[in-house]
Design a protein around this ligand. Structure first.
Ligand code: ADP
Ligand code: MG
Length: 656
């Protein structure tokens, strides 16, 4: 065997290796260039991209610029003006400090730099292509810096292959610029993609004004100021949304630690905790949170991309965030004790589901929680389910796998019960529940275990449709039906969802546009990233029966919607579609995207659990359900029908 010799890698190769971490995708280049511009004290930053950043990314600032000497070494590895000693590393006040970004970018792209420092007469122009730098030349421009990056990954074809579609990359770029624009309201930002202006934000007086520039009036109206935290641990400021502004992903959450944009579980967990029992599972608030911690309390040097941080006292930070958020909600009259039950309207007026309505009714008509439980055990059970908090991980991973229920759906009763009776589940029914309180658990009516533990989930094909007869409804959530083999329980929401999915999909396949005009067009303000996504899916939306036009800026007007879709679900539905645009399965063209649209519409339009159905509607639903053809297209793969067989019933009654 040949022994390999150890050698020191040539610098350009080490830069390319570093680029693997620093330059994950075009948006990471934009991020690094923005950070440099901000570190240089820019008041005005212009970003321009073409082809999702693949062809061109340009960032121009009016900051301090670089003297020629600096410009000549800026692209060398570990060249930085921001730290000089180890002490500095523990006390970082700039966004950059590693001195790797320009070197990494220059090693995998064709870069042109034009910069002029405030105290030099002429500007410096130079290029770096694949790590090779040209001689510096004189140029001219006012003070500031322009970095132009062309042909990203031109010399690393393997990485070039990993670039996603221009639309997806644009979405990420837009999102990054949005983040930095929010974090620096005094700085003016513009972003154009392929010549189209996506963000234009002039200098703003405060964060609220900046949020208005970026998100439009609707979102801003629902923002509640946050101002709290704990001394010496973390100061927490910013905004969170009132519960009526609900998202099905965390895309509307922006976190900044000492002005640096971060992705952080500690903060997002703190946020969720602050909203505990205000929002149901799978629904996320919008949040702009600025966490300011003493510099020595946080390590920003965790990852080359610098989007992760490590807090010395993570738990305390999490608590500080939760407290501040909670206080803000309480102040707005949406108060919820972090350990108690809601004491005011926990949900806004949009997309209120049956469970929530009931829960609200329960809160309204009795004075205390105890009385409520005693007098109305059924309501108590539902409320308790509403407040069930799944572990975040499970909810997220399910959603990523496309299996979790979408946002509009209230959690709890239907789902928990269905899960609790899964045939091969050993654990008792309550094992899946994280009860709000022990007491609530004790006072809840007994689950239907004894009967349901022998129920089996069955396929629709196993049912003879000439024999089935609906006889009633269980808890306003499940249709009870009988046939010659026994008893059937049908989850009304899932069943309806499946029926509608087929209707919507079929219509679209037949190019049958069945639309209803809205009396008043529904206008929706989109964030810049959503607007980018909208351009991508507007054709598919049209095929599905929507008529939407783009108004000025980020506003769209929905003029007509597919028949069978309730008008009030439209704003959240459209936002859902746009926000999940980037998740692995989306951002794809054609039939798959149209399936996604149909699935979201079906879910939004389907009757919720805790909704009373007329006998006619039950018959219609059962009949139509049995006509659905493709069980595998059921959007979320949950059981629809449970069977309790005659044999099992008789056995339980000791009749056999
Ligand atoms: P870092 O930001 O970690 O110091 P970079 O590779 O991003 O490393 O940049 C290297 C150096 O180049 C910076 O420290 C700074 O001195 C200089 N520089 C980069 N971009 C700019 C800019 N837009 N304006 C002024 N100086 C810049
Ligand atoms: Mg930098």
């Amino acid at each position: 065997m040949r022994t390999s010799r150890i050698r020191v890698l040539p610098e350009n190769l080490t830069n390319q290796i570093a680029a693997g971490e620093v330059v994950e995708r075009p948006a990471s280049v934009i991020k690094e260039l923005l950070e440099n511009a901000l570190d240089a004290g820019a008041r005005r930053i212009r970003v321009e991209t073409e082809l999702g950043g693949r062809r061109l990314m340009l960032v121009e600032d009016d900051g301090a610029g670089m003297p020629r000497e600096d410009a000549e070494i800026a692209f060398e590895r570990h060249a930085t003006s921001k730290i000089t000693s180890l002490d500095d590393l523990h006390n970082i006040g700039t966004l950059g400090f590693r001195g790797e970004a320009l070197a990494s970018i220059g090693s995998v792209a064709k870069v042109a730099l034009l910069t002029k420092s405030v105290d030099e007469k002429s500007a410096t122009r130079l290029t770096v292509e694949g790590g090779v730098r040209s001689e510096a030349k004189d140029g001219s421009r006012p003070h500031g810096t322009t970095v132009e990056v062309r042909d990203l990954f031109f010399n690393t074809p393997a990485r070039r292959k990993f670039l996603r579609s221009p639309a997806t990359e644009n979405y990420h770029i837009t999102s990054i610029v949005t983040h930095y624009a929010l974090a620096n309201h005094k700085v003016a930002f513009t972003l154009t993609n392929n010549g189209r202006e996506v963000i234009r934000a002039s200098t703003a007086a405060d964060l609220r004004e900046r949020a208005f520039q970026i998100f439009g009036p609707d979102v801003v109206e629902s923002l509640l100021p946050v101002s709290g935290g704990r001394e010496l641990v973390a100061e927490v400021t910013g905004f969170v949304s009132a519960p009526r502004e609900r998202r099905s992903s965390r895309d509307g959450q922006y976190f900044f630690v000492n002005g640096r944009y971060v992705k952080d579980r500690i903060i997002s967990n703190g946020l969720s905790e602050g909203y505990r029992s205000v929002l149901p599972q799978g629904v996320y608030p919008v949040a702009l949170l600025f966490i300011d911690v003493p510099k020595e309390e946080v390590d920003v040097n965790v990852h080359p991309a610098k989007t992760e941080v490590r807090f010395r006292r993570a738990l305390a930070v999490r608590e500080a965030v939760a407290d501040a958020v909670n206080a803000s909600l309480r102040q707005a009259g949406i108060g919820v004790g972090r350990t108690g039950t809601p004491n005011a309207d926990p949900v806004g007026d949009r997309g209120v589901s049956g469970t929530e309505q009931l829960s609200r009714a329960a809160s309204a008509d009795t004075s205390g929680a105890d009385a409520r439980r005693k007098d109305a055990p059924v309501l108590a059970q539902q409320e308790f389910d509403l407040h069930e908090q799944p572990t975040e991980n499970s909810a997220e991973s399910l959603r990523e796998a496309g299996a979790a229920p979408p946002a509009s759906e209230s959690p709890g009763f239907g789902e928990v019960s269905a899960r609790a009776v899964e045939p091969d589940q050993e654990a008792p029914a309550d094992a899946n529940r994280i009860p709000a309180t022990e007491e609530a658990l004790r006072s809840a009516p007994p689950p239907f275990d004894s009967a349901l533990s022998i129920a089996r989930s069955i396929e629709i094909g196993e049912i003879d449709k000439t024999k089935i007869r609906p006889v009633g409804q269980l808890h306003d959530s499940f249709i009870i039906a009988v046939d010659e083999h026994g008893l059937l329980l049908i989850d009304q929401h899932v069943a309806h969802e499946r029926i509608l999915f087929e209707i919507f999909r079929q219509r679209e396949r037949d190019s049958r546009r069945e639309s209803q005009n809205l009396l008043i067009p529904e206008t929706i303000d989109l964030s810049p990233a959503q607007a980018v996504a909208f351009d991508e899916i507007s054709g598919d939306l049209e095929k599905a029966g929507f008529e939407v036009s783009r108004l000025s800026g980020g506003t769209i007007a929905v003029k007509s919607i597919p028949a069978d879709l309730p008008a009030e679900v439209v704003p959240n539905l459209v936002k859902d579609l746009l926000e999940t645009f980037d998740s692995e399965n989306r951002g794809r063209a054609g039939a798959a995207m149209r399936d996604d649209i149909a699935a979201s519409m079906a879910c939004r339009a389907a009757v919720k659990i805790n909704t009373r159905l007329t006998p006619e509607k039950m018959s219609w639903m059962t009949e139509k359900l049995l006509e659905t053809t493709s069980p595998t297209t059921c959007p979320h793969g949950r059981p629809v029908v449970l069977r309790l067989s005659m044999r099992d019933i008789e056995r339980k009654f000791h009749r056999t």
